[in-house]
Design a protein around this ligand. Structure first.
Ligand code: GUN
Length: 291
């Protein structure tokens, strides 16, 4: 079994981005600029946004953090989104999810200017991605495609099973895997799929994005399969300083012995998700998506 080292690849990509930024600035161009809107104090969201800001610093991007308390109104938030939409200095921005229940996430997502939607959540970007037009692709699927490429994993004609159908990961992942550049034969499996174990055992490439820790057991994986673990569930741990650790969707102890490649949790998909947001911001700064 070979480990897919997302941390190492993400570090390489960050160096590539930093080099590009240095060239842009040397040539008198504008420093790429990413903003994040964070509402409330959810522990996970705080951590993710802090990482995004740190990542920007590392590659030489400018970053802005805009914070609101939990009681911000939908109207106030939408006003800020409209303001960022027309801010010429900003190449892209994200609204960290989840939002408090009194705010419609869909309304907020649809208010974002698609040209600055570096999360790739706006229906216009999703639609463009589906029909193969240049688009901002959501960070996790984008990162997984990049991992498969950089590890030279053959995808053409392979059976790919995507476990999970979320708007952020499973569904866009399934579309990307079926596109001409990738050429996999894709099955989207989910909670209502019959004979799930058998369906998964048919996968040459199994992408587990179901959000249930250690859901994928050894008997669900074909010998020699490539297994991508997207799970990031926080579970209590007395072995870490924070009091929790991340668990993937794959039971590594059983599956690791059977597959040819596996992305671990942590250190697999997570770092690639982070770096993909930087890549989207750079693509936006270079005006390479909406020409
Ligand atoms: N919450 C969890 N993942 C994400 C993400 O990729 N983008 C945003 N905006 N919120 C999230």
């Amino acid at each position: 079994m070979n480990l897919i080292d997302g941390k190492k690849i993400a570090t390489e990509i960050k160096k590539e981005i930093a080099a590009e930024v240095a060239v842009i600035i040397k040539n008198g161009g504008k420093q790429p600029h990413l903003a994040a809107i964070l509402v409330g104090h959810d522990g996970g969201s705080e951590t993710y946004v802090a990482f995004k800001i740190k990542d920007c610093e590392e590659v030489g991007f400018k970053s802005s953090l805009i914070r609101y308390e939990d009681d911000v109104t939908e109207e106030e938030l939408l006003t800020k989104v409209h303001e960022l939409n027309v801010d010429d200095d900003l190449d892209g921005f994200i609204v960290q999810l989840p939002l408090p229940k009194h705010i419609s996430e869909q309304k907020v997502i649809e208010a974002i200017n698609p040209k600055k939607d570096v999360d790739g959540f706006h229906p216009e970007n999703v639609g463009r991605m589906v029909i193969g037009l240049p688009s901002f692709v959501s960070a996790t699927p984008f990162g997984i495609i990049e991992l498969l490429k950089r590890y030279n994993i053959e995808t053409s004609g392979k059976n790919c099973v995507v476990l999970g159908r979320s708007n952020i990961v499973g569904r866009p992942m399934s579309v990307l895997m079926s596109q001409k550049a990738v050429n996999a034969t894709v099955t989207v499996a989910h909670s209502r799929t019959k004979n799930l174990e058998e369906v998964c055992r048919n996968a040459d490439i199994l992408i587990a994005a179901i959000g249930v820790p250690e859901f994928v057991k050894g008997n669900m994986v074909k010998e020699g399969a490539v297994v991508i673990d997207v799970g990031t569930t926080r579970v209590k741990s007395d072995k870490t300083k924070s009091g929790w650790k991340l668990k993937g969707d794959v039971l590594f102890e059983e599956v690791g012995n059977k597959c040819s490649y596996i992305s671990p949790v942590p250190g697999g998909v997570g770092p690639m998700t982070r770096v993909s947001l930087l890549l989207n911001t750079l693509l936006s700064a270079k005006k390479e998506i909406y020409i």
